[in-house]
Design a protein around this ligand. Sequence first.
Ligand code: ADE
Length: 223
Amino acid sequence: MRIDIITVLPELLESPLSHSIIKRAKDKGLAEINFVNLRDFTTDKRRTVDDYQYGGDAGMVMMIEPVDKAISYLKSQRDYDEIIYTSPDGERFNQKIANELSLKGNIIILCGHYKGIDHRIREHLITREISIGDYVLTGGELAAAVITDSVVRLLPGAMSDNESALSDSFQDGLLAPPIYTRPADYKGWKVPEILLSGNDAAIDKWQFEQSLERTKLLRPELL
Ligand code: ADE
């Protein structure tokens, strides 16, 4: 899978996408993550990507021309399955969308900045708009990093068996059960007896019941 992220701040994306499972997925050739600097598609000396809003309201707007040029350039190199714009008014990101995106071949993520982007970009160039939650970030980079991280870790081979996504919260529509490691007794705070029993069937049953219980308690709307 290839993800091209169009941004004015590639530095913001480098560290979050250079470690752990994501680094491994890139090293194994499962995912190619490429940063495209929007300023490389400007024509003026100051490499301007924003301008004043029509209508007189406060706040700068990302201009259509550099974005169109960046997307056209990428599209001239290969086909894309999805061109995503990260925005607080997009559809709310969740594990289902992460699963869906992990099945795509090539995607572009456009990171918004300033007050937002010229609406014609959304009308004519973007295929999907995604929000990572009902709050406003300074720019779309952190949202793009969240989306990319959650998608790339799902690629077959990205995780080892014991990191498997199958036991993640939300993967089966439930929150994950509680987990523990040694010591079995810390200051009298004990690991549930069942997990030490060696009885796999009983452990599976307990974990499922715990998942159900936690989901009912913390996120009943998921059920
Ligand atoms: N850009 C600014 N805020 C955002 C959010 N909540 N989700 C996605 N992109 C954003």
